[in-house]
Design a protein around this ligand. Structure first.
Ligand code: UDP
Length: 424
């Protein structure tokens, strides 16, 4: 039976194109979130349009993922990749392009759900000129991020100001973990309406492959011990900590150890520079012979890597949510993660994986060593991890929570407008 038609929603993600290849420069969790949430909401009966900035002259302008879910690329600024720190000046053009699109299509979106502070600014501008309900997801908070990086970009002041205002003026802000909600309150403002709805993962894809199939596919023998990382090359991801941990003497007794680092990079761009830095450290600490840079792997293909791995490490200095952790957990692979942000919510220490202090290579080495040495424990943690993901982090479960929230937002909008029935 087809779901009841719900209405129209615009998911706005200026810099995180939901239709682009994941795992490369600036394409990561946010792109996955917007795409998966969009498709899951469409399955629930919403008509979802995902607006992003066109970043290539040859890109298609409209991509139909399914009859109720599309990516729409608006022209705002040059039609090439622009780093997110440099996008702010093009946002007025993006707002104008959004209104032009509505005008041409003779439509109005009563709900807008913005992603990341840049889109949050866009949402606030739209709300100045049109009666809409504005929902916002931060994906990353400048106020937290800037505490864990060495260089603060020039845009920082603007970002912090916009983040505070967005919390205070959006109709609803969606935190993806209780930790993120706490940060909003302690670091941004007491005002504003915050609810928690976590990120999700595809529990049919991740978890569908067993260990032997995974190893056969990626060409690793059954007796190899695999420690893996997946994600972007970005200093805050803490790959250096993992590499230095694996170089510790204690790992000499593990025969056939392999470190697999998955993630794309572009020479000359910031992820290419970080990848070269990590490769230099791998050489410096003498683990070249056991380290494999697997490059970017298609999102669904990652299921083989997670299934093949004995442990997945998420060593981030800071992590607003961390999709990789729940993808590995869905694949029954225990996670060793930094004890920060959303990872404290998804990984239950001692039950579904282990949490250790960020940037502490000795603590990471101890945790990895202890799990590699105990197969039964790994299995127990992996089974618990799968159960936790099924209960809390499936995309359809996440979309149901968003569906309820959107319905309540629409009701608020109709009552603001003095209408009993939806006008759109
Ligand atoms: N990813 C991928 N292929 C790769 C590397 C990463 O599909 O080669 C995906 C990964 O599966 C995850 C996302 O990129 O869904 C990274 O999200 P996460 O929240 O862990 O980190 P972020 O990029 O948001 O900092």
């Amino acid at each position: 039976m087809l779901p009841k038609s719900r209405g129209k929603v615009a998911l706005i993600s200026v810099h995180g194109d939901p239709a682009i290849d994941i795992g490369k420069e600036e394409a990561g969790g946010q792109n996955v979130y917007v795409r998966q949430v969009g498709e899951a909401l469409a399955r629930q009966g919403w008509q979802v349009d995902m607006f992003t900035r066109c970043s290539g002259a040859n890109q298609e302008k409209i991509i139909e993922h399914n009859p109720n879910c599309r990516t729409i690329r608006l022209t705002a600024g040059p039609q090439r990749f622009v780093a997110r720190q440099k996008i702010f000046n093009y946002l007025p053009e993006f707002v104008q392009a959004f209104f032009d699109y509505q005008h041409q299509q003779k439509t109005i979106y009563p709900l807008i759900h913005t992603n990341y502070w840049l889109s949050g600014w866009v949402g606030m501008e739209i709300k100045k000129l049109q009666t809409v309900q504005h929902l916002h997801t931060y994906h990353s908070l400048g106020a937290v991020k800037y505490r864990s990086v060495n260089t603060i970009p020039l845009i920082a002041k603007t970002r912090l100001r916009v983040e505070k205002k967005c919390l205070e003026t959006a109709d609803t802000v969606i935190a993806t973990s209780p930790q993120e909600a706490e940060h909003m309150r302690s670091l941004l403002s007491n005002k504003g309406n915050v609810i928690v709805i976590p990120c999700g993962t595809n529990i049919d894809c991740f978890g569908s492959v067993n260990r032997d199939e995974g190893r056969a596919k990626i060409g690793v023998s059954p007796d190899t011990k695999i420690v893996m990382y997946a994600g972007r090359f970005d200093e805050r991801k803490g790959i250096e900590t993992l590499v230095r941990a694996i170089a510790k003497d204690r790992f000499k007794r593990h025969e056939n150890l392999r470190l697999i680092i998955v993630g794309g990079s572009t020479p000359g761009e910031s992820d290419g520079i970080e990848k070269n830095r990590i490769a230099e450290i791998v050489k410096e600490v003498g683990i070249e012979n056991i380290t494999q840079f697997a490059g970017r792997v298609e999102h669904e293909e990652l299921a083989y890597y997670y299934a093949a791995a004995d442990v997945c490490v998420v060593p981030s200095h800071y992590e607003p949510f961390g999709l990789v952790a729940i993808e590995a957990m869905a694949s029954r692979t225990p996670v060793i993660a930094s004890n920060v942000g959303g990872l404290k919510f998804s990984v239950v220490n001692g039950e579904t994986g282990l949490l250790v202090p960020p940037q502490d290579e000795v603590a990471f080495a101890e945790a990895i060593d202890s799990l590699l040495s105990d197969q039964q424990w790994r299995q127990k943690l992996g089974t618990n991890a799968r159960t936790r993901v099924e209960a809390k982090f499936s995309w359809d479960g996440v979309a149901s929570q968003l569906d309820q929230q959107y319905m309540s937002e629409l009701n608020q909008l109709w009552s603001k407008l003095g209408l009993l029935e939806p006008a759109v």
